[in-house]
Design a protein around this ligand. Structure first.
Ligand SMILES: Nc1ncnc2c1ncn2[C@@H]1O[C@H](COP(=O)(O)OP(=O)(O)O)[C@@H](O)[C@H]1O
Ligand SMILES: O=C(O)C[C@@H](O)[C@H](O)C(=O)COP(=O)(O)O
Length: 326
C-alpha cells in the first residue's frame, strides 16, 4: 500500500532537512542590485512543505537542526504556531548559522535566488539526532535532496530512510536540487540515486531528474523506466509552467495541467505543489485529483509574495479548482 491509513499514527508526515530564512524582495520587478527592502519568511523546501501540510489541516512534524540565533528561534516559533510539531528538531551548539535565501523578482517570470549557505546549521544534523520513534509514528517520511549534499546531514537522511524502511513508512523523496550546496555533479548523482532507489514516491522537476541522471536533456520515459526497476511506485516530473506528469509503476500516466493566474514570482511553486499533492494522497484522493490540488496550490502561491506564509487552505484550493478549467 502506497499510503498508510493507520489513524493511530501521531503524525501524517515527518519532514527531514532544512528550515531557513527567505528574504523576499519587497521592491520587486527590478534587479536585486536595486532592491533595498526584503521581507522575512520561513523558507527551505522541507520546512515549506511541512508548513503547507499544517495549513491544509494535517499533522506534520519537522526534524532538522536550527541555529542557536534569532533566525533559528524565529523559525521554531513560526513553524510551531503554524501547526508543525517541532519537538523533534534540535538546536545547534557549535555556532553554525541559519541558511538565508535572498530572492530576486525581476519580473513575474524572471526570478532568481541568492543563497547564503556556508556552514549552515541544517547541514550539521547528525544521524544520532534523527528520532526513530517519530518516523515510526508517521504515515509518511519526506526527505529533501539538498540535505544529502554534505555530511553529517547526508548520514542523517540515510538514517531516516533506514528507519522508515524498518517500520514500513513510505518515503517521499523531493529532489529539491540547490546547486550552491553541492561539491560536484557526480556527488549529486550518486546520493540522489542512493535515495531514489529506496523511495516510494519521487517528486522533482525535469532538470532535477537530469541531475540524478547526471546529464542534460533527459526524457521522462527513460527516467521512469529506470527508476521503476527499484522501489518507486509513483514518480512526479514537473515541467514548470508547462505542467507536470505523474507516473505509476503499474503503467498509468496522469497529466497535471496548470492553473493560469496573475503571477508575482516563480518560486514557491514546487513546495506548495508538493504539500498539496501529498495532502491529497494522504486524504485518499486519486492521483488525478492530487495533481489538481498540487497545481492549484502552486498557482495560489506564485500569485503571492512568500512561499511559506502563502500556503493555501483546502477551501482556497478547492475554490480555485471549482472556478477554473486548468
Ligand atoms: N507561472 C505559473 N503559473 C501557475 N502555475 C505554475 C507556474 N509555474 C509553476 N506552476 C505550477 O507549479 C508546479 C511546479 O512548478 P515547477 O516550476 O516545475 O517546480 P519548482 O518550483 O520546484 O521548480 C507546476 O507543475 C505548475 O503546476
Ligand atoms: O528552498 C529554499 O531554501 C528556498 C525556498 O524557501 C524558497 O521559498 C524557494 O525557492 C521555493 O521555491 P520552490 O522550489 O519553487 O518551491
Amino acid at each position: 500500500m502506497l499510503i498508510n491509513n493507520d489513524e493511530t499514527k501521531k503524525y501524517d508526515l515527518v519532514a527531514v532537512g532544512r528550515a531557513c530564512i527567505d528574504l523576499n524582495a519587497v521592491d520587486y520587478n527590478r534587479p536585486m542590485e536595486e532592491t533595498m527592502t526584503f521581507a522575512k519568511y520561513v523558507g527551505g523546501s522541507p520546512a515549506n512543505v511541512a508548513i503547507g501540510l499544517a495549513k491544509l489541516g494535517l499533522k506534520p512534524a519537522f526534524i532538522g537542526k536550527l541555529a542557536d540565533d534569532q533566525h533559528g528561534r524565529f523559525i521554531k516559533t513560526y513553524m510551531t504556531t503554524a501547526g508543525v510539531q517541532m519537538d523533534e528538531s534540535v538546536v545547534d551548539s557549535a555556532g553554525h548559522k541559519t541558511g538565508l535565501a535572498f530572492t530576486e523578482i525581476k519580473s513575474p517570470s524572471d526570478c532568481s535566488i541568492l543563497m547564503y549557505r556556508d556552514e549552515v546549521a541544517d547541514l550539521y544534523l547528525e544521524a544520532t539526532e534523527v528520532s526513530e520513534s517519530a518516523i515510526k509514528a508517521s504515515r509518511l517520511l519526506l526527505v529533501s535532496g539538498t540535505a544529502l549534499a554534505a555530511s553529517p546531514s547526508r548520514e542523517a537522511i540515510l538514517t531516516a530512510v533506514n528507519y522508515a524502511k524498518k517500520h514500513g513508512v513510505p518515503i517521499v523523496f523531493e529532489l529539491d536540487y540547490r546547486p550552491y550546496t553541492w561539491r560536484s555533479a557526480v556527488d549529486t548523482a550518486v546520493y540522489y540515486r542512493l535515495v531514489a532507489n529506496e523511495a516510494d514516491i519521487i517528486i522533482g522537476t525535469r532538470d532535477e531528474f537530469d541531475r540524478l541522471e547526471n546529464h542534460d536533456g533527459g526524457e521522462n520515459e527513460a527516467t521512469i523506466t529506470d527508476l521503476f526497476k527499484q522501489r518507486a511506485q509513483l514518480i512526479v516530473i514537473k515541467h514548470g509552467v508547462e505542467g507536470s506528469y505523474a507516473y505509476t509503476k503499474a503503467g498509468e500516466v496522469f497529466d497535471g495541467k496548470v492553473y493560469r493566474t496573475k503571477v508575482l514570482k516563480t518560486f514557491g511553486a514546487g513546495d506548495s505543489y508538493a504539500a498539496a499533492f501529498i495532502y491529497a494522497l494522504l486524504e485518499g484522493k486519486t492521483i488525478d485529483t492530487a495533481l489538481k490540488y498540487g497545481s492549484a496550490a502552486a498557482a495560489i502561491v506564485v500569485s503571492q509574495h512568500s512561499s511559506s506564509d502563502a500556503m493555501p487552505t483546502v477551501a482556497a484550493i478547492e475554490a480555485l479548482i471549482a472556478s477554473h478549467q486548468p
